[in-house]
Design a binder for this molecule. Structure first.
Ligand code: ZN
Length: 278
């Protein structure tokens, strides 16, 4: 989740001054060169877990697999005909997680992705502004109604949400965003933060939104999947309506444009009736 932000903020120096059209052309050759697919690795889930993190990883994975949605999504990737999904744990950004290293084949199908979990993802709550679901767990973990492994599994679900979403995103669009976002930011920072700059308007149009819109859309897809996981996980817990109310409040406050995405999940669960989600 945080990795994406870093990409958007820091970007690539090489894209700094190219025009949008030039960038689009660059992207095409960039795509051919650097995404040459390595199809030799067997499809499925590859867990690359350092020995010292093995025990905690198994706890988090067990928590994820304790739900229908977790099992279904895991099975889908474990038996996937093409995609190599690598899951690993890293000591850096220890309370965060991220996904990336995407690769596509010549047919435009996603064939590789990597999810990296921090070594302490069972702790640390990201802000409710972009993470209304993960953030909502905070009071329940503080009150010891849930353990850290639920938070860790929720973060894993958030990353699965990114991978699910990217597999339906055209490779060219994704690559165009990777290329144009830094160029956009560079102009934005030098033009007095004017989003109405015709060049920026044109770039945003090409890549499907300005960098913040692209970023929040991605994060809210991650959060929607995190909510699907929690829907199953807390279904029988007494506090499940309180948790949904907290998510709803944050969504209404910060993610109005994306409310439908979360409301759909609440509706499926029946929370619209039992918890008053409208
Ligand atoms: Zn994310």
């Amino acid at each position: 989740m945080i990795g994406l932000f870093v990409i958007f903020v820091t970007g690539f120096v090489s894209a700094q001054s190219v025009s949008a059209q030039k960038a689009a052309n660059l992207v095409r050759s960039f795509v051919r060169d650097s995404y040459a697919a390595n199809e030799s690795e067997a499809a499925g889930i590859h867990e690359v877990i350092p020995k010292k993190y093995e025990k905690r990883y198994q706890e988090w994975k067990t928590e994820f697999l304790s739900t229908d949605i977790g099992r279904t999504q895991w099975e889908m990737y474990a038996r996937h005909p093409r995609l190599v999904l690598t899951i690993t744990i890293s000591g850096s950004n220890s309370k965060g997680a991220g996904s990336g290293k995407y690769k596509w084949n010549d047919a435009g199908e996603l064939i590789a992705a990597t999810i990296t979990l921090g070594s302490e993802v069972d702790r640390g709550f990201p802000s409710s502004v972009y993470y209304p679901v993960m953030n909502a767990l905070e009071p329940f973990q503080s009150a010891r109604l849930i353990g850290g492994s639920v938070l860790a599994a929720t973060k894993l679900a958030h990353e699965f949400g990114h991978v699910l979403r990217i597999s339906t995103t055209p490779q060219e669009l994704y690559s165009l965003q990777v290329q144009l976002v830094p160029a956009y930011n560079k102009i934005f920072l030098s033009n007095g933060h004017n989003v109405n700059d015709p060049q920026l308007v044109d770039m945003a149009k090409q890549m499907g939104g300005n960098p913040v819109e692209i970023w929040e859309d991605r994060e809210y897809w991650g959060e929607a999947n995190a909510m699907l996981f929690l829907r199953d996980r807390v279904e029988k817990e007494k506090f499940h309506c309180r948790l949904f109310a907290k998510i709803k409040q944050a969504v209404e406050e910060y993610a109005r444009n994306y409310e439908e995405r979360f409301a759909e999940i609440a509706k499926e669960q029946g929370a619209v009736y039992t918890c008053g989600w409208r």
